[in-house]
Ligand binder design. Structure first.
Ligand SMILES: N[C@@H](CCC(=O)N[C@@H](CS)C(=O)NCC(=O)O)C(=O)O
Length: 248
């Protein structure tokens, strides 16, 4: 049963979509009651609220980094972990154990992919500027475009091919689940960061392309995407567009 009565508190850096966006998409798609705490004025939240949890001065499990979610007394970190907690409550994953495990497996694979996408512009260190690691970023991006991008997106396409029992292919089960929202976000982000590379591989991903379009047209999501709550992609987030790193 969806549990829409809980007010969820999402903690994520303001100003970027980042990994927090995977959680936002689910909360928005399911019309959950949530507050984006760090985007509030400091009197009500803001970045200091994130820092209190990272310093351990708030009760609950200690997070290493955002995103994390507060739900009642629970403090839950790690994007895939947050999603696997929320999804059954919001009716965004089939009920069977097998389906939930498969959804989490795909989500963790997306998390691996997201790390590799991040590392295209920060291959040496997160603490250094892009300008301090440009030659390495170019080498990393070339390898990413040739090998890793087709491998991860091809994996998602193959999962969809194997799940065509439904009229429209979804990644898990017969309806849109949270992993479909995450696949949408990855496709959108790659379209921003690596438009040439994505255009080249696009024809090999017909089911994934169709899934991205269907997710974008979901009524609540399309309203969210057009709203100021959706932060535009920018050069501070996970998906960054450096033309010199993109190629066909
Ligand atoms: N595996 C974690 C990664 C969390 C993460 O890297 N968060 C970033 C923002 S997207 C951060 O704030 N990192 C700070 C740090 O690693 O020191 C997840 O998927 O949630």
């Amino acid at each position: 049963m969806p549990e829409n009565s809980t007010r969820y508190e999402l903690f994520y850096w303001p100003g970027i979509q980042g990994r927090g966006e995977f959680v936002r998409l689910l909360l928005e798609d399911r019309d959950a009651d949530y507050v984006d705490v760090a985007r509030l004025p400091e009197a009500e939240g803001g970045v200091p609220a994130i820092m209190r949890f990272l310093k351990g001065t708030e009760p609950g499990a200690l997070p290493l980094a955002p995103p994390f979610l507060k739900a009642g007394d629970l403090v839950i970190a790690q994007t895939a972990n947050i999603l696997s907690f929320l999804a059954p409550r919001l009716g965004a994953v089939p009920a069977s154990e097998a389906a939930r495990l498969e959804a989490n497996q795909i989500q963790l694979t997306i998390a691996d992919f997201v790390d590799e996408i991040h590392d295209t512009h920060h291959p040496i260190a997160v603490g250094l500027y892009y300008d301090d690691q440009k030659p390495e970023a170019a080498r990393r991006s070339q390898q990413f475009i040739e090998n890793r991008l087709p491998k991860f997106l091809g994996f998602l396409e193959r999962v969809l091919e194997r799940n065509t029992a439904a009229q429209q292919a979804w990644l898990v089960g017969q309806d849109c689940s949270y992993v479909d929202l995450s696949a949408f976000q990855v496709m959108e982000g790659l379209g921003y960061a690596f438009p040439k590379a994505l255009k080249k591989v696009g024809p090999t991903l017909p089911l994934l392309g169709a899934l991205r379009d269907r997710v974008a047209q979901r009524p609540r999501l399309s309203a969210y995407l057009a709203s100021p709550r959706r932060i535009p992609f920018n050069q501070h987030g996970l998906f960054r567009h450096y033309p010199e790193l993109d190629s066909e």
